[in-house]
Design a protein around this ligand. Structure first.
Ligand SMILES: NC(=O)c1ccc[n+]([C@@H]2O[C@H](COP(=O)([O-])OP(=O)(O)OC[C@H]3O[C@@H](n4cnc5c(N)ncnc54)[C@H](OP(=O)(O)O)[C@@H]3O)[C@@H](O)[C@H]2O)c1
Length: 191
């Protein structure tokens, strides 16, 4: 049993014992109630993964989620050096999210420390506002690696966990240029 689930199990059973000892064995209504009612849902902290969380939209998302009671695994290539997303409830994972190895570490951190993955926010992305004809091979490689592979690996791993849990959400931060393109801005590449 993973740590958090174990805690919840203990909390649930302790609260039952408290109720039954405070009301005494004579209170047959209360004890028969607990025998007949299935496990009640227990409020627990949710876990979110946010990629590209050292600045901008990702940083604000990580902070807001943490303020709203989420445990957060925050990733970017240099997130520990940035020191912007640190709170008690945020674990930082450095690494290029376009690499499978980084995606594995991000997902493993969430499961090892917090037990579940309730939300994945695919936010890491690059925006290279250049005319199509000026794109270099390196520009194309960076755009596809970050915006496409950076979405793919971590999503596949997180969704595998969500399917086991039977719950979870994935939010992808994209751009309005996908549905409303502007001539001269191929910035929606792989977005
Ligand atoms: N701001 C806008 O107006 C706008 C408009 C349309 C779409 N978007 C999209 O919204 C998202 C966030 O935009 P933003 O303006 O908040 O961006 P931002 O301030 O430039 O932040 C980008 C974040 O992504 C991280 N990052 C970049 N490449 C990464 C990689 N390979 N692996 C892991 N992390 C990486 C960066 O940190 P490191 O450098 O430490 O890795 C940083 O934390 C992006 O996907 C962007 O395309 C933004």
């Amino acid at each position: 049993m993973i740590a958090r689930e174990k805690d919840l199990y203990i909390e649930r059973n302790e609260s039952r014992e408290e109720i039954s000892s405070s009301t005494g064995d004579k209170n047959e209504i209360a004890s028969s109630y607990f025998k007949s009612v299935p496990e009640l849902p227990v409020r627990r902290a949710k876990t979110a993964i946010v990629t590209g969380a050292s600045s901008g939209i990702g940083l604000e998302l990580a902070k807001k989620l943490s303020l709203n009671g989420y445990r957060v695994v925050a990733n970017s290539r240099r997130i520990t050096a940035a020191r912007t997303a640190e709170t008690d409830h945020i674990k930082l994972v450095d690494g290029d999210i376009s690499l499978l190895e980084t995606a594995e570490r991000v997902v493993a951190t969430a499961i090892q420390h917090f037990g579940t993955i309730d939300l994945l926010v695919n936010n890491a992305g690059v925006f290279l506002p250049k005319p199509f004809m000026e794109y270099t091979t390196e520009d194309l490689r960076v755009a596809f690696a970050t915006n496409l592979f950076g979405f793919f690996f971590v999503s596949q791993l997180a969704v595998a966990r969500m399917r086991l849990q039977k719950f979870g959400h994935v939010v992808n931060i994209s751009t309005s240029l996908v549905s409303q393109p502007i001539a001269g801005l191929p910035a929606s590449l792989a977005n």
